[in-house]
Design a protein around this ligand. Sequence first.
Ligand SMILES: *Cc1c(COP(=O)(O)O)cnc(C)c1O
Length: 234
Amino acid sequence: MTKKQLEENYQQVLCNIENACQRSGRNPEDITLIAVSKTKPIEMIKTAIELGMTSFGENKPQEIRDKTKSITDPVKWHMIGHLQSNKIKYVLNTCELIHSVDSLKLARQLSKQAEKKECDINILLQVNVSEEDSKQGFMLSDVEQTVREIATYNNLHIKGLMTIAPYVENPEENRSIFRQLGELLIDIKSKNIDNVNMSILSMGMTGDYEIAIEEGATHIRVGTGIFGERNYNS
Ligand SMILES: *Cc1c(COP(=O)(O)O)cnc(C)c1O
């Protein structure tokens, strides 16, 4: 991927974000574009930073640790993949936001380790809206109760909800998933639960981020659409 290609991809995504905002009466400034840089080399991320990208998403704790050692620019790192308890140490002081809190056990361990390190962690709860067996996350019907429970954990701050929609040919098929998560966010926000700030809705990937924006996404996670196909063998 040349710098020119990367720039064209980036500009195209920005343009699509703008159009989706226009269609839905939203302000593009309210959308955070997370460039999903998993498997991509340091050099490519540095080029992305030169082009103006400021938020990056990774799904492997060690990859975040390694990349944040080499990239010292003031960019924000987002943990978007399944997190195992024994890897928490790699994301504690490096991540802006952990999108993928998918169990009470993980939340408890994050809280414990954050307390020990005297730091705070911002999290989203991952919701399995599509109820696919292959996906992590809480069931929609369990989210409010879970929020109330996690809200009492020290050093953890719930900022909103995240979902991964299924891969579909026609992104319209995911609209109802995004809508359901958006409605749940508003519903929980209206309950004004202590230590809970339901302001972030992380949904939409390369194939469906425009629909997600139309349905209220505040954070979209775009990998392929910016950096091209991933090669997991190299
Ligand atoms: C890989 C990944 C993305 C980006 O996927 P693309 O289809 O390449 O945009 C977004 N979210 C999560 C959780 C991911 O793991």
